[in-house]
Design a protein around this ligand. Structure first.
Ligand SMILES: *Cc1c(COP(=O)(O)O)cnc(C)c1O
Length: 357
């Protein structure tokens, strides 16, 4: 049976990315050696990093004055690297979910942290909009897509201070005006590559402003100056990321991804709103295009397990909601074809007929 992969992360990648990665593991560039058994400093591997950086800059139209580096440690490592490198006295955070809360918690060890707004009291089902960012903050941190709660900031907001964004789960899903951000980072395993590599896009001029000692491995400047080769980088996920970036380019880039993602999200949200059995959990104006969360209507709550089994039997994978929201979450990342969303919609309609007629 065909599987429809709605996993939240690690998650679906384009089939050709997986095949090309598998090929490179068997024989890298016709060298007779595996990608896994060559030096990261080999002359064959440097072009992988160089092309990946170049494609990041091209696909996201990154302006002059920014660097792109690939690091280990996941997005969670950035929760501490950001304040380590950027927080001198005060930082502002918008608390829109579990990941935003974790980022904020780490920053508290480095200086004053101002939570400008939080939607925690509503189980993070919306993005707060009325808040003031202190003009004397060193930076303002946002999480553009809240993977767990299914809300997303779909515009590039204006910030009076350096804007830092965790884009782990929506990078490359739409065009972004990078010039509005001082830094964008994310774990690769949602929309880009297998787990193990983290991307960081950073405006060079914001570095070197804090007075504390920064250990080398946590210092952005060291990683930039060494072209992501200060230590052994995660070579396999970087290679897969390159293949995804090539796939993105040959599929029309982020503008085309945005079109496809809007079409997929509309298809599923329209069904959630139409179907008698289900209801969406996120505020309509803040609905994520990447992680679509819905639950059974209260009067049908007892049908949750049954629908889960019904959908699994029809090939749906990874639609169980995160425990902090319950119900269902369908992640509709770039690589997910609209046919999979249609299959889920068909499932929801069939189940409705079965129960209500
Ligand atoms: C998954 C996720 C993280 C955590 O990523 P790790 O690479 O596991 O540390 C952080 N932020 C967001 C928005 C995520 O979706």
């Amino acid at each position: 049976m065909k599987k429809h992969n709605f996993n939240a992360g690690p998650s679906i990648l384009p089939r050709e990315v997986i095949e090309k990665t598998a090929q490179a593991v068997l024989d890298f560039n016709g060298s007779g050696l595996s990608l896994l058994e060559i030096s990261h400093r080999a002359k064959d591997f440097q072009p992988v990093v160089d092309e990946s950086v170049a494609l990041f800059k091209e696909l996201l139209a990154i302006p002059e004055g920014y660097s792109v580096v690939f690091l280990g440690g996941g997005a969670s490592m950035q929760f501490c690297m950001v304040p380590f490198n950027l927080l001198q006295t005060k930082a502002a955070y918008l608390n829109t979910g579990t990941w935003a809360s974790k980022a904020m918690k780490e920053a508290k060890g480095f200086g004053e942290v101002v939570e400008v707004a939080s939607s925690k009291a509503a189980n993070f089902n919306y993005i707060p909009k009325d808040y003031v960012v202190p003009a004397d903050a060193d930076y303002f941190h946002i999480t553009t897509n809240n993977t767990i709660f299914g809300t997303e900031i779909l515009t590039d907001i204006d910030s009076p201070v350096n804007l830092v964004a965790d884009m782990s789960s929506d990078i490359f899903s739409r065009p972004v005006d990078v010039s509005k951000y001082a830094m964008i980072y994310g774990g690769a395993q949602k929309n880009l590559a297998p787990a193990g590599v983290t991307f960081v896009i950073i405006k060079d001029e914001i570095l070197g402003k804090v007075t504390r000692h920064i250990p080398s491995m946590l210092d952005y400047k060291i990683h930039i100056d060494n072209g992501s080769m200060y230590n052994t980088p995660p070579v396999l996920p970087i290679y897969s990321a390159l293949e995804t970036l090539r796939w993105l380019k040959s599929n029309g880039g982020v503008a085309e991804m945005e079109k496809r993602n809007i079409a997929k999200a509309d298809l599923l949200y329209n069904e959630i709103d139409r179907n008698q059995l289900f209801v969406g959990t996120a505020a309509k104006e803040d609905r994520s295009r990447m992680n679509i969360c819905f639950v059974m209507k209260p009067e049908y709550a007892e049908l949750e397990d049954e629908f889960q089994k019904f959908a699994s039997a029809r090939g749906m994978v990874g639609i169980k909601g995160h425990r902090s929201v319950g119900g269902f979450r369908a992640s509709t990342y770039n690589a997910l074809p609209i046919e999979s969303v249609q299959a889920l919609v068909d499932c929801m309609q069939e189940f409705e007929k079965l129960k209500l007629s």
